[in-house]
Design a binder for this molecule. Structure first.
Ligand code: 4FV
Length: 253
């Protein structure tokens, strides 16, 4: 899986390329990152990448031409090996809300070309002409798309086979629609007694069935309290069993 990013701050991507789970996976060749600065695709002495908005108003807008030329160079480089149909994804608050299913889609794909806007945004003619999808990290405004792209790359790469130490731990994640679509249950580690608080005894029982049941009930209770929308979605997907519903009813009394 190859990720290309277009950004005025390409060094920001060292975070996912050089550290943690994503860094180790990058070193193992599980995925590849290429960062491109559109300023390198300008031809004027000031290496201009932005200008004032037509119609007036605050701030600046990113020029379309340097972005287009950067994209063409990426396509050429990506296209050398195989027909490259990686989508061009602009990070923007107007985009599709990013979630675990988009992360899984990216993880199981040939990759993507992320365009990180800065200033007030990007000239619409670049979006109309060259952007396949817009993805949003959430309903808030960032100073640039880089942090959104970093989060999305991290969420996708950790789902790739071989990225996490023991493969199955991403399956127990929150939001793993394929498994539960519920929030994750609480986690405990040593010491057994801390600040006069013991680890829940069931977790020390070695009885895997009771431990799984406890974790399931914790997930149900937490999701019902913090994210009832997710519970409804899981119910809609048929992911809740009769005993789940019986347990949820018991929470009401
Ligand atoms: C954003 C988001 C975001 C908008 C203008 C960058 C900023 C500036 N991207 N999810 N929320 N982008 O706020 O993805 O160019």
């Amino acid at each position: 899986m190859r990720i290309d990013v277009i950004s005025l701050f390409p060094d920001m991507f060292g975070v996912v390329r050089d550290s943690g789970v994503t860094g180790r996976a990058h070193n193992q060749g599980i995925w590849a990152l290429h960062a491109w600065n559109p300023r390198d695709f300008t031809h004027d002495i000031h290496r201009t990448v932005d200008d004032r908005p037509y119609g007036g108003g605050p701030g600046m807008v990113m020029l379309a031409e340097p972005l287009k030329q950067t994209l063409q160079t990426i396509r050429t480089q990506r296209g050398t090996t195989s027909v490259d149909n990686a989508p061009v994804i602009l990070l923007s608050p107007v985009g599709k809300r990013f979630d675990q299913s988009l992360a899984a889609r990216l993880a199981n794909s040939a990759g993507a070309i992320f365009v990180c806007g800065r200033y007030e945004g990007v000239d619409q003619r670049f979006i109309d002409g060259y952007v396949d999808e817009q993805w949003s990290l959430g309903d808030f405004v960032l100073s640039g798309g880089e942090i959104a792209a970093l989060a999305m790359i991290d969420a996708a790469v950790r789902l790739m086979p071989g990225a996490l130490n023991h493969g199955d731990s991403s399956l127990q994640d929150s939001f793993q629609d394929s498994i539960s679509g519920l929030l994750d249950s609480p986690h405990y580690t040593r010491p057994e007694l801390l600040w006069d608080q013991p680890v829940p005894p069931v977790l020390l029982s070695g009885n895997h069935a009771s431990i799984a049941r406890w974790r399931r009930e914790q997930s149900l209770a937490l999701t019902s309290k913090n994210r009832p929308d997710l519970l409804e979605h899981a119910r809609h997907l048929g992911l809740l069993t009769k005993s789940d519903e019986k347990f949820l009813d018991s929470l009401k009394t």
